[in-house]
Ligand binder design. Structure first.
Ligand code: ZN
Ligand code: ZN
Length: 236
């Protein structure tokens, strides 16, 4: 388990001194998590594809080239940030270094982004599930931690535990060539809940190729979902 002394200390610091900037440790008024300078340094996306949230070079309401050629199984996507410094470090700390206090901060930013974009609430929110083995190893699912925060802020229920499962332990998508990614997540998920007629929002920390979200969206649609949205903290 990758849980260094440094990160243990950071974790303790997060709890002991919640009034410090999470990035530069500057003192802040109680309740604040980032100082104004660090806040403006966050990589907010400019123009994005409405279908997959990929960054676009020019502001446009039409889908990116990839989505026009091969639309993904999900219907729309939103990303609060681009996957770049310093958000990449915060996400890695949440995902691999047990800094769970970051779920509240990053989930909160995602909820604020959705509100600013005027996104209507879905019927239900579901995290991208981890395989049971991976969950045992890590001890928590960062997507669930984020989904909890977003669900609470938006007052939308979370999908009942166990209704959306990852049944195959898959290799990390980031280590695979782009053409191997779709194959890697095929049949990785099982949906046992009834999502008939529902609009489901999937929450995850990062979306890279979108194949993982698309594979799960396909399962949800087979389970009756009317539409599936993908909400991520950051889009690579
Ligand atoms: Zn700061
Ligand atoms: Zn797209």
């Amino acid at each position: 388990m990758d849980f260094s002394v440094y990160n243990r200390l950071r974790n303790i610091q997060d709890w002991l001194f919640p009034g410090n900037c999470l990035l530069c440790r500057a003192r802040l008024p109680a309740g604040a998590d980032l100082c104004p300078a660090c806040d403006t340094s966050l990589p907010r996306p400019e123009a994005t594809c409405p279908r997959c949230a990929a960054p676009l070079t020019t502001a446009s309401t039409s889908n990116c080239g990839a989505c026009q050629q091969r639309p993904p199984a999900f219907d729309a996507a939103e990303a609060a940030f681009r996957y770049a410094a310093p958000v990449d470090r915060l996400i890695q700390d949440l995902k691999y270094h047990h800094r769970l206090a970051l779920a509240r901060v990053l989930g909160g930013r995602l909820a604020e982004h959705l509100a600013a974009r005027g996104i209507a609430p879905p019927d239900v929110i579901a995290p991208i599930p981890l395989h049971a083995g991976r969950l045992r190893e890590r001890g928590y699912n960062q997507s669930l931690e984020l989904a909890r925060v977003v669900a609470q802020r938006l007052d939308v229920p979370l999908a009942a535990y166990g209704t959306v499962e990852r049944i195959r332990a898959t290799a990390s998508q980031t280590k695979l060539a782009p053409d191997a990614r779709a194959r890697n997540v095929r049949n990785a998920f099982r949906v046992t809940g009834d999502f008939t007629g529902q609009c489901v929002a999937l929450v995850d920390d990062v979306m890279t190729s979108g194949h993982t979200a698309a594979a799960l969206a396909k399962c949800l649609k087979r389970a009756g979902a009317d539409s599936v949205w993908v909400w991520v903290v950051a889009r690579a």
